[in-house]
Design a binder for this molecule. Structure first.
Ligand SMILES: [Zn+2]
Length: 111
């Protein structure tokens, strides 16, 4: 038989908050990918983010092509946190529509 690894299926919820004021923004249960690039480096893609305000919708050229996005800001301290994908003009990137990017440098593990 040999050594068998034990699997843990129930992981505790990780809450991500604003790095400035620690307002809760998202949890690991809504995390889709940690492998994105933001303007300040690594960024996370989330299904759902709370406590943010959206800016104007603008077309932006990214490494993955043209997207219509809104920058998102903390509702408490107004810090810039990332953006929300409104529309992708690239077929392969359509799954990002309605999803949120939080820049790793702008969020903190709060719980
Ligand atoms: Zn904040």
């Amino acid at each position: 038989m040999g050594f068998q690894h034990t699997q843990f299926l129930a992981s505790p919820v990780q809450v991500y908050g604003c790095v400035t004021c620690r307002t809760h923004l998202a949890t690991n249960e809504n995390l889709i990918s940690k492998n994105f690039n933001g303007s300040t480096g690594r960024a996370f893609l989330f299904e759902e983010v709370v406590n943010v305000e959206c800016g104007e919708a603008v077309d932006r050229h990214m490494t993955t092509g043209l997207h219509n996005v809104r920058d998102i800001f903390c509702i408490r301290c107004n810090a810039s946190l990332g953006w929300r994908y409104e529309k992708s003009f690239v077929q392969a990137e359509k799954y990002k529509e309605g999803k949120f990017i939080l820049e790793r440098a702008r969020i903190a593990d709060v719980e």
